[in-house]
Design a protein around this ligand. Structure first.
Ligand code: UGA
Length: 435
C-alpha cells in the first residue's frame, strides 16, 4: 500500500517511519526544505530513542522517502495522514490553520479515491470541517473518506508505543475506509492489539478525554503530595498503595513539579475551551489546569523558603526537558522554574545540565551557564534542584556532589533520592510530598 504523511514533526515522522517498518511504502511531506534534506540523509531533528535507526533502516530499504511536493504524494497515495501542528492560540483554542491548509491541498490534488486521516489532535468536529474543505477544492468528482485515528505516542518511548500500543482508535463513517485502515495496522492485529472502531467525532473526543484524564490524575497526586507534606506522610507509599488497586493503576501517580510538554497543557486548555463553547463546564479539567500552575509556583516557594531567598545565589538545575529521554523543552516545568522564576523574577544565577535539551534551552535561557555533566553543574552552587528524572541523575555520588557545592540545599522535585541517604550525605533535603 502507498501512503503519505503530511507534516514531519514528531507525530508525522514517527508514524511514517513505523508504517515503513511495517512494510508500507511511505512518502513524508513537509514545507520545510531544510528539514526534508536532513531527513533524506537519515538525520532526525529531535532526540527520540530508536527513531534514527528506524529511519535509516527504512531509507536504506527504500520504504520511506521525503519530499516537499504535496501534489505527487497525494496523487500516488491511497491513505493520506494529516500530522501537522495544532499549536495553541492565545485563548487556549487550537490553531487549525495548518490542518485547513493541508485539507485544501489534498482536495486540489486528489484524482481518485482517498482516505484522509487526522493524526494531529484536533477539536471535535474537525473531521466534518476537513470533509467540507476537501469537497470544495476537488477538481473532479472523486470519492474520499475522512477518518480520525488519534495517536497516543509518548515522547521518549514513541517507537515502542507505536509498535505495541494499548489500543488503536479508528473513527470513520464508511466500511471501506475502516477496512483500509485495519489493513494498514494488520501487524498490530496479529499481536492482538485492541481496536476501537467508532465514528469520527467520538474518536476526536477520545484523544482529548484521555490526555485530560492523565493530566487530572497527575494533578490529583500532586495535590495529595502537598497534603502529605503538611501531614508528615510519604506520598510515594500512598501512591504505591493506591496504584495496587486495579481500578486506579500505578501509572501517572508520580508526584512532581507538574506536567509539561507539547500535549497535556495544550490539550487540557483546548478541551476546557471546547466544553465552555458547548455550555458544559469541565470542572475537573479546569481544576487540573489551575493545580498544575500552582504546583510550579509551589516548587519555587519551597526553594525560596529553604534557601531563604535566591537573589545572587547560584542554583544548579539538573534536567531541563519536560521529561526524560527527549530534548523537548516545550512547557517544561524545569525551564519555567529555572528561567521564568528563579533567574528572571528572583535574580538567581543558573548553572544547568541536561543530557539532550541544552541546545534548545540556550535559545530561551541564554544567561544560564551550561555545564558538561551533573558534577560540573553543582560546582560552587548554593543549591541543587533535580527538575527532570533522567536515569543518569538517579545514582549520583552524593558525597561528591556535596563536596563540590558551596551550599547544602538539595531540592529533589522528582523524588528520585532516599531522603535519609541525602541527609546522611550532609544535605538539607527537600522533595515533593515526602518529609
Ligand atoms: C502524552 C500522552 O501520555 C500520550 O499518550 C499522548 O499521545 C501525547 O501526550 C500526545 O498527545 O501527543 P507526552 O506528553 O509525550 O505524552 O508525555 P507523558 O509521558 O504523558 O508526560 C507528560 C508530563 O506529565 C511530563 O511533564 C511528565 O513529567 C508528567 N508526569 C507524568 C508526571 O508529572 N507524573 C507522572 O506520574 C507522569
Amino acid at each position: 500500500m502507498n501512503i503519505c504523511v503530511i507534516g514531519t514533526g514528531y507525530v508525522g515522522l514517527i508514524t511514517g517511519a513505523c508504517f515503513a517498518e511495517f512494510g508500507v511504502n511511505v512518502v513524508c511531506i513537509d514545507k520545510d526544505e531544510k528539514k526534508i534534506s536532513q531527513l533524506k540523509k537519515g538525520i532526525v531533528p529531535f532526540y527520540e530513542p530508536g527513531a534514527e535507526e528506524l529511519l535509516q533502516r527504512n531509507l536504506k530499504a527504500n520504504r520511506i522517502i521525503f519530499t516537499t511536493n504535496v501534489a505527487d504524494a497525494v496523487k500516488n497515495s491511497l491513505v493520506i495522514f494529516i500530522a501537522v501542528g495544532t499549536p495553541p492560540r492565545g485563548d487556549g483554542s487550537a490553531d487549525m490553520s495548518y490542518v485547513e491548509e493541508v485539507a485544501k491541498e489534498i482536495g486540489k490534488h486528489s484524482d481518485g479515491y482517498k482516505v484522509v486521516v487526522t493524526k494531529s489532535t484536533v477539536p471535535v468536529g474537525t473531521g466534518e470541517r476537513i470533509k467540507q474543505i476537501i469537497s470544495k477544492n476537488l477538481k473532479s468528482k472523486v470519492k474520499f473518506d475522512v477518518v480520525s485515528n488519534p495517536e497516543f505516542l509518548r515522547e521518549g518511548s514513541a517507537v515502542e508505543d507505536f509498535m505495541r500500543p494499548n489500543r488503536v482508535v479508528i473513527g470513520a463513517e464508511n466500511k471501506q475506509a475502516i477496512a483500509i485502515l485495519k489493513d494498514l495496522y494488520r501487524p498490530l492485529y496479529l499481536i492482538e492489539t485492541p481496536f476501537v472502531i467508532t465514528n469520527v467525532k467520538t474518536a476526536e473526543l477520545i484523544k482529548y478525554a484521555s490526555n485530560a484524564f492523565l493530566a487530572v490524575k497527575i494533578s490529583y497526586i500532586n495535590e495529595i503530595a502537598n497534603l502529605c507534606e503538611a501531614l508528615g506522610v510519604d506520598v510515594q507509599v500512598v501512591a504505591k498503595a493506591m496504584g495496587l488497586d486495579q481500578r486506579i493503576g500505578p501509572k501517572f501517580l508520580h508526584a512532581g513539579p507538574g506536567y509539561g510538554g507539547s500535549c497535556f497543557p495544550k490539550d487540557t486548555n483546548a478541551l476546557a475551551k471546547i466544553s465552555r463553547g458547548n455550555n458544559i463546564l469541565l470542572n475537573l479539567v479546569e481544576a487540573a489546569i489551575k493545580t498544575n500552575r500552582n504546583q510550579k509556583q509551589r516548587m519555587v516557594d519551597k526553594i525560596m523558603a529553604g534557601t531563604k531567598g535566591v537573589r545572587g545565589k547560584t542554583i544548579a538545575i539538573l534536567g531541563l526537558s519536560f521529561k526524560p529521554n527527549t530534548n523537548d523543552i516545550r512547557e517544561s516545568p524545569a525551564m519555567e522554574i529555572a528561567q521564568d522564576y528563579l533567574s528572571f523574577k528572583l535574580g538567581a544565577k543558573i548553572r544547568a545540565y541536561d543530557p539532550e535539551a541544552m541546545q534548545d534551552a540556550r535559545k530561551v535561557m541564554p544567561k544560564a551557564i551550561y555545564c558538561k555533566d551533573a558534577y560540573d553543574a553543582v560546582k560552587g552552587a548554593d543549591a541543587l534542584v533535580i527538575a527532570t528524572e533522567w536515569n543518569q541523575f538517579r545514582n549520583l555520588d552524593l558525597a561528591r556532589l556535596k563536596k563540590l557545592m558551596k551550599g547544602k540545599f538539595f531540592f529533589d522535585l522528582r523524588n528520585i533520592y532516599d531522603p535519609k541517604k541525602a541527609r546522611e550525605a550532609g544535605f538539607e533535603y527537600y522533595s515533593t510530598g515526602r518529609v
